[in-house]
Design a protein around this ligand. Structure first.
Ligand SMILES: C[S@@+](CC[C@H](N)C(=O)[O-])C[C@H]1O[C@@H](n2cnc3c(N)ncnc32)[C@H](O)[C@@H]1O
Length: 230
């Protein structure tokens, strides 16, 4: 599948489901409990700036905002209608330090060294070039900043059990469209993620598994004291 076609398909798929997505994802037991744990474990300084890539309806940002008052949260998603839903929720909560915009995370519309924390939950599977997206994330992350990446692990037991695979496909026509092309192979496994993070120069890489998901955390080194220092 051509990259342009893939992105158009993804964007149309999620735009079509934007109005019902929030309710559906909040009911997903596994990802809800992972999200809650991740947010509960965050230690954020005052005025921290946070970027949620492939933010969907903005659920992660809203959970962070409900725990931390003094943070700036930006959500970027390729699906216009998802961004509209997220903006509407932020307006109805009166959260004026939350911002949502339509964009492609392969070319993040922000300057270098902008965010203290970047999250990307269940979205990286739609991107073909792990190298490119991780380099982009590294670029906009502040020195000492943290990156949290969560997605289905292609090699988890769940993903390789035929019954589960069919259940996933039944629920997700997009995944079906992908599997009929090169989609299933697009999900990453933990080794590929670790290798990608190392190549992008992340440090303090820690990857764990929970059911069918991997949860990867990594940091950008502080200052310019590494091999690239001039
Ligand atoms: C399964 S949803 C996850 C949404 C949200 N992160 C969550 O945890 O509920 C995947 C999201 O990734 C977005 N997405 C896919 N490819 C993207 C890209 N290249 N740039 C930005 N967003 C993208 C989709 O539009 C969709 O909203």
């Amino acid at each position: 599948m051509q990259e342009f076609h893939r992105k158009t398909l993804v964007s149309a798929f999620y735009s079509e489901r934007a109005e019902s997505y929030d309710d559906a994802i909040r009911r997903h037991p596994v990802i809800s409990s992972i999200r809650e744990r991740i947010v509960n474990e965050l230690h954020l300084k005052n005025n921290a700036s946070i970027l949620d890539l492939g933010c969907g309806s903005g659920i992660t940002g809203f959970e962070i905002r409900s725990r931390f008052d003094d943070v700036r949260i930006v959500g970027v998603d390729i699906a216009d209608e998802m961004v509209k839903v997220a903006k509407r929720s932020a307006a109805s909560e009166g959260y004026d330090t939350m911002e949502f915009l339509t964009g492609d995370m392969e070319s993040i519309p922000f300057r270098d060294l902008t965010f203290d924390l970047i999250l990307c939950i269940n979205a990286i599977r739609y991107l073909k070039s792990l190298e490119r997206i991780l380099a982009e994330i590294y670029r906009v992350l502040n020195d000492g900043g943290e990156f949290i990446l969560i997605d289905s692990d292609r090699e988890s037991e769940h993903m390789n059990d035929e019954g589960s695979k069919m259940r996933v496909l039944k629920k997700h026509p997009l995944e079906e469209a992908f599997i009929n092309s090169d989609g299933w192979n697009m999900m990453y496994n933990k080794d590929e993620i670790r290798e990608g993070l190392v190549t992008a120069k992340f440090e303090k890489i820690f990857i764990e598994s929970e059911k069918m998901y991997f949860i990867a955390r990594a940091s950008k080194r502080c200052g310019i004291d590494g091999p690239d220092a001039i």
